[in-house]
Design a protein around this ligand. Structure first.
Ligand code: ATP
Ligand code: MG
Length: 572
């Protein structure tokens, strides 16, 4: 490709709304342009890099035995109602209406489409296992699209869906995908690591996310250097002991706490109730109904864990008015002790760390009063005991007891063991060898292809611009003749090397713009081509050209040896 024939609109400065380095560089290097918030056009260079990531993904998915297909982006609402996700995922779904007022959803993922297809087309164990994937546009109505391609409204995902006859077979497929993901990210030049993850609104039995360490990442990962335990903070647990049991009174005892509405205030004199002897009572509204959540006073609720327990992302903290209505008191004086509750049929979720705790203090559901000598098991009707707290750095590892650390990371991929959740909803059954009807055991596996592309840039850049790995660079080589006159020797040599390298299968761009060398070199560094070939009169006079790997040292090479030297630098 000749530079002048394509479109590479490089920018000196990034637009003000680009916050992180990779987003700035995507714009500055002329890879993408914003059409609207979270919606981007891929310019020619961006598309080339994207295609390379897609190609790696396809090769590794095919190698792992997955089969490519393409599913519609326009999905009838009915299949989402059938799976139950029209409700549980309603906040992220883009909805459109046709002229007949019928509702459609734009593809956010495709469990519904593939499972209903497989239910129709597969009916015997002989046709299993199968793993179908696609690389296609997805839409999500993100509350806060940001960071360019990282969190977009429209993006490209590789999504795969596996169908097995048994749980053990599904486990093998899961492991194959896990291994394929490790290879994909490695080939993209990324330092990815897998962590245990929350299954969220997709549901299922267990899952792993693939993470790229980055300060700008939107995820927090809890990990143990000693034993290798790693989990998303939305899922991580630690080995902290439960609340110590103590001698406590025979019944809760009310005491006046005028004006005390925080854990900290109650911890101070004259009350001096340590935060770890207090119960924090939080009120949420899920499906229009209040729900009580209890965690220890010195802990923080993890909303993602809670969301997993109530089975929907559609919940919110109750307003002070709703709280007063449900509890008869204001925030700061709330408690779940059954005898003090206005309404008894409210669900109570309690964090495991409180299990068995006694001699605790909590609000009395009366403004200005608290209860002490509360014994959870005796005084509070808990509907569900579960892990709800957020792990903090330094807590003991749940596996080995050593100190846990926390770091930020970008989620680029996610593998789920689904079980039969969707097979049952769509009747994806098969007949086994004995003729018995069984549900296919599913897994699903996503990679944010466009997010992965940006993660490559977030991990690979320096003060001059992008530093691409060879595998993903839009062009491997940029040839820069300093004089672009067709009759000039520099241009003739450039054309020859260009033709030879292209013939050898390298992706080469020839910067034929009539610009000052400084401008051309700056642009080449900004876009970040792994190898730059400089052709100027001075070195030509010595029968040489210059080869410079991105970020490496300049090397003079005889013209006759130029092609081999570039091939070598390109790892051929
Ligand atoms: P996140 O937690 O970042 O919102 P998710 O867990 O909802 O992502 P999945 O449903 O697991 O995402 O989708 C599979 C992959 O698609 C993710 O691992 C991520 O790489 C990518 N992805 C998800 N949402 C977006 C988005 N809004 N923009 C770009 N990529 C996305
Ligand atoms: Mg995910």
């Amino acid at each position: 490709m000749k530079w002048s024939q394509t479109l590479i609109p490089t920018l000196r400065e990034a637009p003000a709304d680009a916050e992180i380095q990779s987003h700035k560089l995507l714009l500055r290097a002329g890879l993408i342009r914003k059409l609207a918030g979270g919606v981007y056009t891929f310019l020619p260079l961006g598309l080339r890099a994207l295609r390379k990531v897609e190609q790696i993904v396809r090769e590794e998915m095919n190698r792992a035995g997955a089969i490519e297909m393409l599913m519609p982006a326009l999905q009838p609402k009915e299949i989402w109602e059938q799976s139950g996700r029209a409700e549980t995922a309603r906040d992220v779904l883009f909805k459109v209406k046709d002229s007949g007022n019928r509702e459609w959803f734009l593809a956010a993922t495709a469990e519904e489409v593939i499972t209903s297809t497989v239910a129709n087309e597969i009916n015997s164990y002989r046709q299993l296992p199968k793993n179908f994937y696609q690389v296609s546009v997805k839409f999500r109505d993100e509350i806060r699209p940001r960071f360019g391609l990282m969190r977009a409204r429209e993006f490209i995902m590789k999504d795969a869906y596996s169908f097995d006859t048994t749980d053990e077979a599904a486990q093998v497929t899961y492991q194959k995908m896990y291994d394929a993901y490790a290879r994909i990210f490695e080939r993209c030049g990324l330092k990815a690591f897998a962590v245990e993850a929350d299954t969220g609104v997709i549901g299922g039995k267990f899952s792993h996310e693939f993470m790229i360490p980055a300060e700008t990442g939107e995820n927090e990962v809890v990990f143990c250097e000693a034993c290798g335990y790693a989990a998303n903070i939305e899922k991580a647990s630690s080995g902290l002991p439960k609340t110590a049991a103590r001698d406590a009174g025979a019944a809760p005892e009310k005491f006046a706490t005028p004006g005390v509405v925080t854990i900290e205030a109650l911890a101070k004199a004259p009350y001096s109730v340590a935060a770890n002897r207090q119960i924090k009572t939080l009120i949420y509204i899920a499906d229009s109904k209040p729900v009580i959540v209890l965690i220890r006073g010195d802990d923080q609720l993890n909303e993602a864990k809670f969301a997993g327990k109530i089975g929907t992302t559609v919940f919110r903290a109750a307003t002070p008015e709703e709280i007063f209505e449900a509890m008869g008191a204001h925030p700061g004086s709330l408690g779940a002790v059954t005898s003090t509750r206005k309404t008894k049929d409210v669900q109570v979720f309690a964090d495991e760390r409180l299990r068995g705790a006694n001699d605790m203090t909590t609000g009395a559901n009366e403004d200005g009063f608290h209860l002490k000598s509360v014994s959870i098991e005796r005084d509070i009707q808990v509907s569900q005991w579960t892990d709800l707290r957020t792990v903090t750095a330094g807590e003991p590892c749940i596996k080995c007891g050593k100190s846990l650390k926390i770091r930020r990371a970008i989620e680029v991929g996610h593998v789920f063991k689904l079980g039969t959740k969707y097979s049952e909803k769509f009747n994806a059954a098969y007949l086994d060898e004995a003729g018995a009807r069984k549900m296919a055991v599913m897994g699903c596996y996503g990679i944010g292809v466009t997010r992965t592309l940006q993660a490559v840039i977030e991990q690979g850049n320096d003060k001059d611009g992008i530093v691409w790995p060879l595998s993903v660079a839009p062009y491997t080589v940029c040839i820069t003749p300093l004089n672009v006159d067709q009759n000039n020797e520099a241009m003739k040599v450039a054309e020859k090397i260009y033709a030879d390298l292209t013939a050898r299968g390298l992706d080469v761009i020839l910067d034929d713009r009539d610009e000052r060398p400084g401008v051309k070199f700056k642009d080449a560094d900004l876009v970040g081509f792994p190898i730059r070939v400089g052709i100027g009169e001075k070195s030509l006079a010595k029968g040489e050209i210059e080869i410079k790997p991105r970020g490496g040292a300049l090397q003079s090479v005889k013209i006759a040896e130029a092609v081999d030297a570039v091939l070598k630098a390109a790892g051929r």
